[in-house]
Design a protein around this ligand. Structure first.
Ligand code: B12
Length: 268
């Protein structure tokens, strides 16, 4: 366990809370049990294998990413040049941070794999289900639609989601409500933690009707970010951040222009 703690410590030093990161430990077996041992989502590691779930809180965007955008603008010469050359800014920012983490981690534990929220198999299936990881690691309570269906209640209403979209579940964080995102999972195949007991996630909402409303907001109106406010979060995304994540990818850079061109009055 000492080795596992020192790995977590190294990760938390590279991705600290003041830069908007959190890490949560769990055993792969706890995840596999939740998704189903025989499910296509089960991960091929020993049950006792150590894993660390990384998530981002409001400060990742509003503090760390913002600094990165300013530095990149200086490096490339202008905001327009960065916007043209970097097509996925959040992904690039995270890759930069994870690259540094990778180097530092080598000194503590050489063997590890990283899966991201966007990692897909060749069949376009997610390699890992982040909301399930969040729940089993005790980081955020995962509200699944099927747990809130009741007899005689036709819910969710059929046909309201777009083509090929499912009515999906929502995770809520005890401090940030929906103002956070899952990012990556680090898996350490050589580190076994059989005695580790995952934290139990704290239920955030108690009323089933409120859960259904939160899930509807998340599935039907996610662009206005209203779903993020369920559970009375004590820290929230800035207006810039909500606007950024509510826009299509191609329009996102424009939201950031005031950070480098607008001066202090545009900072929220
Ligand atoms: C595919 C996907 C999409 C697709 C399709 C969405 C759809 N509506 O159909 C697209 C690209 C459109 C999309 C859009 C968005 N997404 Co999306 N998406 C995903 C992704 C990659 C996979 C989800 C998935 O397919 N799950 C598969 C199903 C089968 O999983 P499941 O229902 O949970 O089933 C498992 C559990 O039930 C488990 N299980 C069984 N029993 C038990 C018991 C317990 C106790 C537990 C814990 C588990 C468990 O076993 C099942 C599998 O065998 C995840 C990231 C990830 N890698 O997980 C993000 C994710 C779900 N999306 C997220 C978000 C925020 C969004 C957007 C709002 C993003 C945006 N700003 O653009 C939008 C709109 C969301 C919406 N409501 O539609 C967040 C949700 C965060 C949260 N707080 O919950 C995630 C987690 C990404 C992240 N980085 O945080 N998304």
């Amino acid at each position: 366990m000492l080795h596992a703690e020192s790995i977590k410590h190294a990760v938390d030093q590279q991705l600290p809370a003041h830069d908007g990161f959190e890490s949560h430990m769990f055993r792969i077996g706890a995840y596999n049990q939740a998704v189903g041992e025989d499910s296509v989502f089960a991960l091929p590691f020993n049950d006792n294998t150590m894993a660390l779930l990384l998530l981002s809180t409001p400060d990742m965007f509003d503090v760390a990413f913002r600094k990165w955008v300013v530095l990149k603008t200086m490096e490339f010469g202008s905001f327009d040049d960065v916007a043209e050359l970097v097509s996925s800014p959040i992904q690039s920012f995270l890759e930069d941070r994870l690259e540094i983490l990778r180097e530092k981690l080598q000194k503590v534990e050489e063997n590890f794999e990283i899966l991201h929220d966007y990692s897909m198999t060749p069949q376009r299936r997610p390699k890992i289900l982040m909301q399930t990881c969040g729940h089993v690691a005790g980081a955020a309570f995962y509200y699944q639609p099927r747990d809130f269906q009741e007899e005689g209640l036709q819910w969710p209403t059929a046909g309201r989601m777009g083509p090929n979209l499912k009515f999906i579940g929502l995770s809520l964080h005890p401090v940030y409500g929906g103002h956070f995102a899952f990012r990556s999972v680090l898996i350490f195949p050589n580190v076994l933690i059989p005695d580790f007991q995952e934290s139990v996630p704290r239920p955030i909402l108690t009323d089933a009707e409120e859960v259904r409303t939160a899930l509807e907001k998340f599935n039907y109106n996610w662009k206005d970010s209203g779903f993020r406010d369920f559970g009375n979060p004590s820290r929230r995304y800035s207006t810039t951040q909500m606007e950024f994540f509510g826009r299509p990818v191609a329009e996102r850079w424009e939201v950031l222009r005031p950070w480098v061109e607008g001066g202090a009055k545009n900072i929220d």
